[in-house]
Design a protein around this ligand. Structure first.
Ligand SMILES: Nc1ncnc2c1ncn2[C@@H]1O[C@H](COP(=O)(O)OP(=O)(O)OP(=O)(O)O)[C@@H](O)[C@H]1O
Ligand SMILES: [Mg+2]
Length: 271
């Protein structure tokens, strides 16, 4: 089956290009690449799709023309983009889970040139071996974790694979944990927060269990696009995450400027 792209609920075109988890440069030059945020945790139901779709909604409202790339064969993010109305701020959807035996084109050709943010939703049960390729070009990797013993155990394995298999160093500060569906003042919430402290990975947001996410998703919206006092409380909880991602973006932009400066210097030194 061919990979598909759509834009704000409207199919734009059908591409015969397959999508794989193999290394996929977003643009031919790193200094031109849009920021890529990967939402990842092999534990099912931890909130990957909820975080990915709401983050895409936030960037859409900001006018950053985000692309939402869905690697999960369940296609939940892809369906969410398709539900969006014509007048909703545009999000370009890519059904990255659809594969085709003819591997000929990279994602670079599929991401619209005006896209400034790529949000990647990943499937449950993702094998550790897929993590290096998925995370290589990521500005940030978000790991949602639920407050339960089973999820805490699974998160330990996930973080350990990111550090040891994907070889992401803590010092790069690219990994952020999101405590999701929390009910504050519960024992298990306390256990989750103590556990997260031991990981030495920043907790970049704590999101409560809220019906706003479910209501918004029903119409292909994010909480940033809802007009209700209840959603306002949820939006406020995203402030720390948005701020952290902004700092990650600034760091990545700084790195790219250095790469550009080095390339200019190298060109200048060639006789
Ligand atoms: N903060 C939240 N408050 C209330 N419900 C939530 C919250 N986060 C996620 N959910 C709900 O929990 C369920 C699982 O969330 P979601 O689909 O985002 O997880 P997932 O990690 O993508 O799952 P999968 O591994 O199957 O892809 C969904 O019904 C979603 O609406
Ligand atoms: Mg999902």
């Amino acid at each position: 089956m061919a990979g598909r792209c759509l834009h704000a609920g409207r199919p734009l075109r059908t591409l015969e290009t397959p999508v794989t988890l193999e290394a996929t440069p977003l643009q031919s030059r790193p200094d031109e690449a849009p920021s890529r945020i990967v939402v990842l945790n092999p534990k099912g139901g931890s909130g990957k799709t909820t975080i990915a779709t709401n983050l895409a909604s936030h960037y859409a409202v900001q006018g950053l023309k985000p692309t939402l790339m869905d690697f999960d064969p369940q296609g939940s993010s892809w369906r969410w983009v398709r539900k969006r109305g014509e007048d909703a701020p545009p999000i370009h959807g890519i059904a990255a889970f659809e594969r085709n035996s003819r591997v000929t084109r990279s994602f670079a050709l599929r991401i619209p040139p005006d896209c400034q943010r790529v949000v990647v939703d990943t499937p449950a049960a993702l094998v550790a071996q897929s993590m290096p390729d998925l995370t290589r070009q990521a500005t940030a990797i978000l790991v949602p974790v639920l407050p339960s013993d089973i999820d805490i155990h699974a998160a330990t394995q996930c973080i350990s694979n990111l550090l040891l298999v994907a070889k992401i160093s803590r010092s790069e500060q690219r990994i952020g944990v999101i405590a999701n569906r929390v009910k504050r003042n519960t024992l298990v919430y306390g256990s989750l927060m103590r556990f997260l402290e031991t990981l030495r990975i920043p907790v970049v947001a704590t999101l409560r269990d809220s019906q706003s996410y479910i209501r918004a998703a029903e119409s292909g919206l994010g909480i940033f696009e809802m007009k209700s006092a209840q959603a306002d409380e949820d939006v406020a909880e995203w402030a720390s995450l948005i701020e952290w991602l902004g700092r990650r973006q600034a760091t990545a932009d700084g790195g790219n400027s250095l790469v550009r400066a080095a390339a200019v210097a190298q060109r200048a030194s060639v006789p």
